[in-house]
Design a protein around this ligand. Sequence first.
Ligand code: G
Ligand code: G
Ligand code: MN
Ligand code: NA
Length: 254
Amino acid sequence: SGLIKELRQALGQQQFLLHYQPVFELTTGQLTKAEALLRWQHPAKGIIEPADFIALCEETGIIIPLGSWVFQQAIRQLSLWQPRLAPDFQLSINTSLLQFQDKQKDILLCLNNLKHYQLSTKQLIIEVTEKTLMDSHHNITEKLLALQQAGINVALDDFGTGYSALASLTRQDISFIKIDRSVIHNIAASSADRILCEAIIAMAHKLSIKVIAEGIETEAQKQLLLDAGCDYGQGYLFSPPIPAQSFQLLLKQH
Ligand code: G
Ligand code: G
Ligand code: MN
Ligand code: NA
């Protein structure tokens, strides 16, 4: 289709960019992480969000070169911010299953890039989805454990949606779970969702997994998460995903 052709050209024509959403430690309000989120600056249609093109990138394999670009761009940006960052600051990068099926090329690239910029592997979080964890043919667990051993943390994204199983909390290759915004959305209005959320946090903590809540939009949600002992949060209450330059300003204020 026309969109596929445009997507193939987009990488060469530098139409992709990353926005960054700040992640805060809930008890201290400290800016401790950022999630890199892909955007497509289409020449005619303006900014297109990943929901409208990631699936197509996965179907066509474009996600492989695009995923490599995301790693390189995010790590380069991290190195530019480095002088202003708290020592424990981490940048979180989203990944697709295909990137783990592709001989782990990205992961090595990622390590080389970090070395090139003299950054620590501890400064990177790689976000995976349940879909990636469920693949049993590409040594995913070994690859994720190798990342952990190299010092890169792995986060399970979209927790509480679709097929995400409680059993994934017992995995040794996960350091963080990110509770999906569809769960967070209802915690102030529905006691059932609040109880679910509290139970997820308590269970994660007992299994030494840290919790990041996504999609926090109200003070009430933030307070409930604080009371439940949630570690980190992101969402419109604090900030939407913003361009790199705006993120840099935010770093100056913090
Ligand atoms: O920023 P936005 O809410 O539109 O992102 C929607 C989803 O798109 C994210 O939750 C994430 O799963 C996916 N996404 C965003 N950036 C990337 C990326 O760089 N790589 C991959 N594979 N997925 C991404
Ligand atoms: O990786 P993931 O698919 O979870 O990406 C997070 C997405 O959620 C981003 O695309 C971002 O634009 C979106 N988002 C971030 N904060 C909020 C929020 O507070 N509310 C809603 N509805 N969406 C958010
Ligand atoms: Mn994510
Ligand atoms: Na998510």
